[in-house]
Design a protein around this ligand. Structure first.
Ligand code: HEM
Length: 411
């Protein structure tokens, strides 16, 4: 038995394989209040996520949850950063959320699969040349990471040289919202990145190209709402951050899943038309966004537990995806699974706004990697390098070799 109180979002042993812990929690303590996580409620079953993810008694207003880690006398220092993040649509509820979301959906309607595919394909084609240079290639550093970063830089009309800088700032924001073990000095570093990013986007907004995503956002008024520059920048940060972080980890996790399931890899190679369904199954089988968070807007009782107003509530989506009450053979990767109503892009009013982007990037990336690596053989599988953040779970680096097919599947 694993003691749930030692569970943490930054602990290597859980990051590597959180699924046995989730199974234990589903069986024994599916609704668990953790003193370690500022009294957060942790929910592991599919049925609880289905019921509560759309329950108005839970609020998305959680921009300041990480502030609980900051000693009260230091909090004022971080006001600028939290004020900026509070503008995110993801942290809004009710009418305000609906208004911002409708406007964003209109403004971003041009980012269809048809629009994105040629752009993503072109960038993937350029990056592919670098994959050829070495016998062992880090597919994260050389491909899965720069691919969405370069596409987003292009959508912002920022120079390609800014892509790694934007990615670094996005990594820091991911640390803020996916970690449990932050120290004040970590939050200081994150605030530094957030403020640099804000300044950079402000400079793009004033001098930028009218075809940039920022200009698109500001150009549209829907139901009388036109975002101010600060609101447009807030949406842009969210798109940039979400576009770079989980998307790259989804590609890496998919590569690893195929490496561990040679039968499924073989099937996908023989039937590339299965790719869209395969991406859904990768989102179910090993989603990078392992949990989503809410706070209780009011006090209420759920399944005998008294949840108090203000309590954080964490839904472990990745656990819901392995819940045998909801899925047939939940621990099997099956790229033909249909239907596949996974929760990888969320559920309800906050359903992911970038699902098309994520799907296109993942499909295009995997098509290149399957083509480029005749077998998806890991180089040194015993030394996998994880990003130690369960909120955005995936590999920092993942080396593939062009190797011997007999050795292809890693344990
Ligand atoms: C594999 C990649 C991705 C995954 C797994 C993912 C997952 C999610 C999830 C689970 C939510 C719901 C969060 C909640 O209910 O609190 C969400 C919301 C959101 N995602 Fe994604 N996402 C991905 C990629 C993207 C991309 C590429 C973009 C933009 C370019 C994006 C933009 C957003 C936005 C703006 C929201 C908030 C929507 C709202 O509050 O109405 N995501 N995403």
């Amino acid at each position: 038995m694993i003691d749930p109180e030692i569970f943490g979002h930054n602990k290597q042993e859980f990051i590597e394989d959180p699924y046995p812990f989730y199974a234990q929690m589903r069986s024994n303590q599916p609704i668990f209040r953790s003193p370690r996580f500022d009294g957060a409620w942790m929910l592991f079953r599919h049925r609880d996520m289905i019921r509560l993810a759309i329950d108005p008694r839970l609020s998305s207003s959680r921009a300041r949850l990480p502030a609980a880690k900051i000693p009260v006398p230091c909090r004022a220092e971080f006001e600028d950063m939290f004020t900026a993040f509070e503008r995110w649509m993801a942290f809004k509820d009710g009418g305000c959320h609906r208004q911002r979301r409708r406007q964003a959906v209109w403004a971003l309607a041009y980012l269809t699969e048809e629009h994105l595919t040629p752009l993503v394909r072109e960038v993937a084609g350029q990056l592919r040349q670098q994959l050829k240079a070495e016998p062992a290639v880090d597919v994260m550093g050389s491909f899965a990471e720069p691919l969405p970063a370069l596409v987003i830089a292009e959508l912002l009309r920022a120079p390609a040289s800014m892509a790694p800088v934007l990615k670094g700032w996005a990594d820091d924001i991911a640390d803020l919202y996916g970690s449990t073990d932050l120290r004040v000095e970590d939050i200081r570093r994150i605030q530094g990145s957030a403020l640099h990013l804000l300044d950079y986007l402000r400079s793009l907004a004033t001098t930028g190209d009218p075809a940039s995503i920022l200009a698109h956002i500001q150009a549209h008024s829907v139901d009388g709402y036109r975002p101010s520059q600060d609101q447009a920048i807030a949406l842009c940060i969210q798109l940039m951050f979400a576009g770079m972080e989980p998307t790259r980890y989804l590609v890496g996790n998919a590569v690893r899943a195929l490496n561990q399931h040679p039968g499924q890899l073989d099937l996908l190679r023989r039937q590339p038309n299965l790719m869209p369904g395969a991406v859904d199954e990768f989102l179910r089988y090993d989603t990078p966004v392992q949990f989503t968070a809410r706070t209780a807007a009011t006090s209420f009782t759920y399944e005998g537990h008294r949840i108090s107003a203000g309590d954080p509530v964490l839904f472990y989506t990745a656990s819901a995806h392995r819940d045998p009450e909801a899925w047939d053979r939940p621990d099997d990767l099956d790229i033909t699974r249909s239907p596949n109503p996974h929760l990888g892009f969320g559920r309800g009013p906050h359903y992911c706004l970038g699902s098309t982007f994520a799907r296109v990037v993942c499909q295009e990336a995997l098509s290149v990697l399957l083509d480029e690596f005749p077998v998806l053989q890991l180089h040194r599988p015993q030394a996998l390098d994880w990003n130690t953040n369960l909120g955005f779970r995936g590999y920092r680096s993942l080396y593939l070799t062009r190797g011997d097919p007999v050795m292809a599947a890693a344990p």
